[in-house]
Structures are given as C-alpha cells and as structure tokens.
Design a protein around this ligand. Sequence first.
Ligand SMILES: *Cc1c(COP(=O)(O)O)cnc(C)c1O
Ligand SMILES: [Zn+2]
Length: 413
Amino acid sequence: MSELFQLRCEQCGRHFGNGPLVLCEDCFAPLEVAFDLPAVRAAVSRDQIERRNPDLWRYAEFLPVAEGFRSDLPVGFTPLLRAPRLGARIGSQDLWLKDDAACFPTLSFKDRVVAVALAQARAFGFEVVGCASTGNLANAVAAQAARLGLEAWVFIPSDLEAAKVLGTAVYGARVIRVDGNYDQVNRLCVEIADLHPWGFVNVNLRPYYAEGSKTVGFEIAEQLGWRLPDNVVVPMAGGAQISKIAKAFSELVATGLVEAKPVRVFGAQALGCSPISSAVSGGETEIIPQLPDTICRSLAIGNPADGYRAMEVIRSSGGWAESATDPEIVAGIRILAEEEGIFGETAGGVTVSVAGQLIRDGRIQPGETTVLCITGNGLKTTDALVSELPEIPVVAPRLEAFEEQLSGVGARR
Ligand SMILES: *Cc1c(COP(=O)(O)O)cnc(C)c1O
Ligand SMILES: [Zn+2]
C-alpha cells in the first residue's frame, strides 16, 4: 500500500495507519485521511492530470487509493457550466453550476464518495458493504457494489422517495427500510458494523468516503483553468462535502497546482432540517440536533456527523450559511430548470434558493466568480413537484384544436 496517506486524529494529530477506523482511541475525535503533500506534489503535475481520462481517478495521488490502483468506473468529472440566465435572475454576473445531477452512474455526487470508499473496502478485504442513507448514497452503493461483485446491504428511512428506493432495489441490493429517521438508521448501522464484518461506507469507512468529496473541488479548479473561484455554495447534510471541497482547495494550493486565493465557502440547508445553518447564523459554538421535517429528504440529517467541522470551515473562510423553506426549494428547482435547462433534485433547489438570499443580503457580490454545487438529479424527487406544476390539458389530434389552444396561450414568433 502506498503510504502517501494515513488516518490521523483531527484533534490530537495521532496517526493510525490505514484501516476501517473512525474515532481516535485517545480523544474520541473523528479521524481523517492526511496526505504527505510534499510527496504528492513531487508525484504529479497539471499536465499529467490533464492527459488522464475525464473521471475522478485523474486525481488519484490526492485520493486514499493504493498506488497503481485502477478502476474502469468513469465516475465524476461532471460539467462545470456557465449560468448567465440564472445569474441574471438571482443577481450574479459570473455564476457557474457544478452539475453532479449528471454524475455517473447514479446521477448524484454520492457516486464520488462511494467510488473511493469501495476502493478501500476492497483493499481491506470486505466482501459485504453497506450504508445508512437518505437516498442517493443508497443508489450509489447498490450500483457500484453490483459492478464490483460485492454484496450490498442498504439501510434507509422508510419514507424515502419511491424513485430512490426503486433505484436501489433494481441493482439487487438488500434494502432495509427502517421505521425511523436517518439519525436512527445511522445509529442502527453503527451497531451492525460492530457485530458483522461489513464495510459501511459512511460508518466504519467514513474517513475514506469523505475524501471522495474533494474531487468536486479539484474539478471546479481545473475546469476554471486551474484557478479557484471566489465563492462556492454547497448543500449540507452530514457536512462532509462542504468540508472536503475546502480541503481540496487547500491541497491544490499546498501542492502548487493553483495559486493561493481566499475562497468563501457557503452552506445551504432546508429550513426543516438546518442544524448546521442555524448554528452558523445563530453564532452557536456547537451543533444542536434537530428532528427533520422537509421535502428535501436527501439533506434530512438532524445530527450531522461532520457538522462541527463544516461550521468551522464556513466561518474560517469568511462564508455563511442559510436555509430555504419548502416553497423556496420548489421555486429554486423551477428557476434552475427554466433558466438553465438543468433539473436538479430538492437539494439543488435548496442551493439555488440560498444562493439568491446570499446575493440579496450582500454576502456574495455580483461580480465575483460563484459556483453552485448541484448535487443530484430531479428525476429522483419528482414527488416534490407533482402538485406544483399546472396540469397539462389534452387536445384532440386536429389542427383547429391546437390552434384554439395556441390562441389561448400565445407563442414566441
Ligand atoms: C448527501 C447529499 C448532500 C450532502 O452531503 P454531505 O456530505 O452529507 O453534507 C448534498 N446533496 C445531495 C443530493 C446529497 O445526496
Ligand atoms: Zn485524538
């Protein structure tokens, strides 16, 4: 195994080598993967990265995978799109969308974290993998486990969107629908991981899983021409993604791949489950758990594992966090679709809505380069929209019938 990386306690700094571990034995703080950045710097250049396949494995030296590791799964390297129309609508002149609604293979950013976690699961010899999920993670674990020939056990709250349940079961995963919320599902998985020799991607493999989120940050920088944006707006559930995007930016600076520059990191949550945003905007020193009640199920984690870290990252970057009501989430989904042709899930609605608030409140300036992370696909959360869009009338298959309807609504000529 390459020793460019190993687990380290976030608090006391003690090193633990590599293994399915999550907490420091001494201080019970979370472990994270630390890299030997001077060695990474010596091992890879911009040119080398640019010549590799367009997927997240092009950043292999920055990921916790063994040297020489190969994967044929082209996960990541999703489009970074200019969004001039949405920008004009919400007041930004240099707005970009990182479009993980198009991520391979299951249309959310969770494909990234699972790709990295399963690479380690195999390195540690696990034949059974699992997760506690709010939906997208379940899809990603089920699909990638199927391709790798691993058995998957997926634990979800019983009230998830039908498309997310179906989009897990179709891969042959064992789906356990738990009569409880995500936080209860997660606690159950912690107990199961103690009892069975299984690799739970976001429980006992969590430090490796979390590193996969860095690839969003690497791609944003590379796709902007090896330059950092002024602002990123990131939806938060457990708080890993936002923390790791910030880590990616600092690793790129530390290895000389981009020039140093302050990036403000902004977090977005649904008002019905906003433990991190509330702590940031309320000036709290800790995260107070909440009971989720929102249409945005993918972000409905009331007791976020990386909430404290996310809060620190936001504050130290000079960023902020806000939340969006359910009607604002729906409005956000609709303006993203209508202005840019991208159908994001409820988390995308949260991000667009919160970005609008941040611009209106003057926390993000119109001329700054601002990237919104669109993290999942709207086809999985159509439940949130069915009662919102007008019913579409049926016309007879005759020209007069169509012309009659046209005269009622008009068309651009
Ligand atoms: C899980 C998820 C997030 C949040 O990720 P965390 O790392 O848990 O904060 C954001 N968007 C979507 C669509 C997700 O499924
Ligand atoms: Zn420690």
